[in-house]
Design a protein around this ligand. Structure first.
Ligand SMILES: Cc1cc2nc3c(=O)[nH]c(=O)nc-3n(C[C@H](O)[C@H](O)[C@H](O)COP(=O)(O)OP(=O)(O)OC[C@H]3O[C@@H](n4cnc5c(N)ncnc54)[C@H](O)[C@@H]3O)c2cc1C
Ligand code: SF4
Length: 381
């Protein structure tokens, strides 16, 4: 039987995963005075060295195309993630007939190193879906309960935008947006003609210095990771202040395998695999925060079976691992107008699609309407 290495230290909290959720938990809990340990399955990240923000194609292996031109399949050679759809040694299967592509990050900061930075609030109606249309369930909290926390997060991470009073996209605490580019002015003009609401995006990119971070210099390479920390990532904005408290122990290459419970049925530790030594280790803590991302957190809870919890932890309803939505990366449509020349390619990132109701009909509507408007604006007179 493999030997389990136990740490004699007792932490207040063990946090699993260092992305958006885990990073925020680490900052708030350590600043509140608790001794925390953070288990992260991926390696550490050094933005100065690892982020390819200003790298030229000729500086990259295979000019960024990857071996056999396959870099695109795993998000390119320039981009910040250490992971993507395929992770060596971590295969997964999807249900017959489904084409579920599971995007995972394996690095300190998780997906926040390369996310699109679109930072929208849920609207009051999003908390009341059952009341609205009879589908799903109403949330046990309301928008008003959450709004002060949106305020806090936006003030700290920095989000630009404009106050517009749009009911489906509540206003927040915004930095001023950058000036619109020519194409954006064209889209705006077209939308105005058709009375379609068209507003500046809301992105977690700082347009003014904030908490010692430099403002954006508009190189346009956010997905590669931002060396100047002008956009938000957990690795650059949440974890440094947490480390500064001296109360955070970060363990990288630590794949949590099971949450352990004591005789009273309370979670009191985590068993994890140290990927470097291939040994199993145990951490003791008074509380566990599971922040390994939606699907992986569910997986971990289901793997945490014990005589007291034969169906896994926190699963008395039997719904852990069901009804999950992962991050839809984008939907894309291209439009040819004006003598067959391509004039518009529109990529709707996940947050925008969900704000538009996240269905194909809605996307198609948005695309066709904006293109029709662009045709009018660009048609020869
Ligand atoms: C390409 C892309 C673009 C996106 N753009 C946007 C956007 O514009 N706006 C928006 O709102 N959202 C966007 N998202 C979604 C957003 O990034 C995620 O919703 C958010 O990062 C989720 O935070 P999280 O903490 O749950 O998980 P993550 O940020 O994924 O962090 C989870 C961490 O846990 C670690 N981990 C996993 N399993 C274990 C384990 N067993 N043990 C230890 N560690 C583990 C992982 O290595 C990872 O570091 C985007 C996502 C992608 C992939
Ligand atoms: S935030 Fe600004 S400076 Fe940083 S990568 Fe994005 S565009 Fe470049």
């Amino acid at each position: 039987m493999a030997q389990v290495i136990r740490s004699p230290k007792q932490y207040d909290v063990c946090i699993i995963g260092s992305g958006a959720g885990g990073g925020m938990a680490a900052k708030i809990l350590t600043e509140g005075g608790l001794n925390c340990v953070l288990l992260e399955a991926g390696p550490n990240v050094n933005p100065e060295k690892d982020f390819k923000m200003l790298m030229w194609p000729y500086e990259a292996t295979h000019r960024g195309a990857g071996v056999g031109g396959h870099a695109r399949e795993n998000f390119g050679e320039f981009l910040a993630p250490n992971g993507a759809w395929k992770i060596e040694g971590e295969p997964y299967t999807s249900a017959p007939g489904s084409n579920f592509q599971w995007f995972r990050s394996r690095i300190v900061g998780g997906r926040t190193n390369h996310w699109g930075r679109i930072a929208l609030r849920f609207a009051p109606i999003d908390f009341r879906s059952a009341t609205r249309d009879g589908l799903g369930d109403d949330w046990p909290i309301t928008y008003e309960d959450l709004a002060p926390y949106y305020d806090k997060v936006e003030s700290y991470i920095g989000v630009f935008g404009t106050k517009e009073n749009v009911s489906s996209a509540p206003d927040g605490v915004f930095l001023p947006p950058p000036k619109p580019r020519c194409t954006e002015l064209m889209v705006k003009k077209a939308c105005d003609k058709l009375s379609i609401i068209c507003i500046p995006s809301r992105l977690a990119v700082i347009t003014r210095s904030l908490n010692g971070r430099l403002p954006c210099h508009y190189c346009g390479q956010c997905g590669r990771g931002c060396i100047t920390a002008s956009n938000f990532s957990s690795s650059q904005v949440l974890l440094p202040p947490a480390m500064k408290t001296g109360k955070l122990t970060l363990i990288t290459g630590a794949m949590a395998r099971e949450i352990l419970v004591n005789k009273e049925g309370k979670a009191d530790g985590v068993s994890y695999l140290d990927k470097a030594t291939r040994t199993e280790k145990r951490i003791n803590a008074r509380a566990i925060v599971v922040a390994a991302s939606a699907c992986e957190s569910a997986c971990l809870l289901l793997n945490s079976k014990s005589p007291a919890f034969p169906a896994g932890l926190a699963n008395s309803s039997g719904t852990v691992g069901k009804y999950l939505t992962d991050s839809a990366v984008s939907a894309e449509c291209t439009c040819t107008c004006r003598g067959g020349n391509l004039i518009a390619r529109m990529i709707f990132p996940a947050a925008i699609t969900s704000n538009l109701a996240a269905d194909a009909t809605c996307l198609a509507w948005a695309c066709s309407t904006v293109c029709a408007a662009m045709k009018k604006v660009t048609a020869p007179h």
